[in-house]
Design a protein around this ligand. Structure first.
Ligand code: FMN
Length: 252
């Protein structure tokens, strides 16, 4: 009788362990799913919903898309939220937080590319302008918005003064930090179903921008990101081999 009881107890313990493990694993999976959906919110409007992306899928999804329209399905508030969060959570050397963003949408975006047209035209040969610059500037103007990526030199100088031995490292580190911010925003906007391209029309427009949008003249414009609704897919992309050419592993 006692032996039978012990056998029943043993079977009960085994079953209990298996069921608890299965339930606990399911619970962990739910937690992971919730985290990734917080990072990759992709509801565009009540009628258009793109599947949620994991973080690595969002990296693969980010591409350069040039042909963009200004017919948007993502509200301005969502764009602002992305820029706000990216500014807060993208790292910077010594936590300087020197990156500054200026967001131009709708007419302000169009104004930016009108200024670019006027600023670039006298600086390049006529034929080159007509063949290359004019169609590109018109293409960017047709999009919805432009994000200007700046670096404010004040926090960098303050840190450099505290660390004279590495003072010369702060400008390149600021470029790195801006690149990280550009990449974060590019990936997040793409995960919303938007198309983006990265441009460099600085410093030709610096004076015009400062006048038009009250940007301090000592801020350093690093890049401009054009975004809007994609009109087509990204261009074909080729990849260099990775293993033993771009990636070298030792000890794995
Ligand atoms: C630092 C940097 C500078 C870039 N500058 C420009 C640029 O001035 N104009 C442009 O059209 N694309 C520019 N690009 C986009 C690259 O050409 C593009 O990312 C690359 O060809 C890979 O394509 P993908 O973005 O679709 O992956 C730049 C990208 C990086 C990372």
């Amino acid at each position: 009788m006692n032996r039978r009881l012990a056998q029943h107890e043993f079977i009960f313990i085994i079953l209990f362990t298996i069921i608890s493990t299965v339930l606990f694993t399911k619970y962990l999976n739910t937690l992971q799913f919730t985290q990734s959906s917080v990072i990759n919110t992709t509801t565009m409007s009540s009628s258009t919903v793109i599947p949620k992306l994991t973080l690595s899928a969002a990296f693969k999804n980010r591409r350069t898309v040039y042909a963009l329209s200004d017919v948007m399905t993502v509200p301005d508030s969502k764009i602002q939220e992305i820029l706000h969060d990216a500014l807060l959570h993208t790292p910077s050397a010594f936590n300087c937080q020197e990156s500054r963003l200026v967001l131009l949408v709708k007419d302000e975006h169009k104004k930016y590319w009108d200024l670019a047209y006027k600023a670039v035209k006298p600086t390049v040969p006529e034929q080159l302008f007509e063949k290359l610059y004019e169609p590109r500037i018109k293409m960017f103007r047709a999009a919805y918005g432009t994000i200007l990526f700046y670096s404010d030199p004040a926090p960098l100088s303050a840190q450099a003064a505290k660390w004279p031995i590495i003072a010369d490292k702060f400008p390149p580190w600021s470029d790195h930090a801006s690149g990280m911010l550009q990449y974060a925003i590019w990936t997040l906007l793409s995960a919303e179903g938007l198309g983006c391209s990265l441009q460099h029309y600085n410093p030709r427009l610096n004076a015009d921008i400062s006048k038009e949008w009250n940007v301090p003249t000592d801020w350093d414009l690093k890049a401009e990101m054009v975004f809007g609704a994609p009109e087509g897919p990204a261009r074909e992309k080729t990849f260099e081999p990775v293993e033993n050419h771009r990636l070298f592993v030792h000890g794995a």
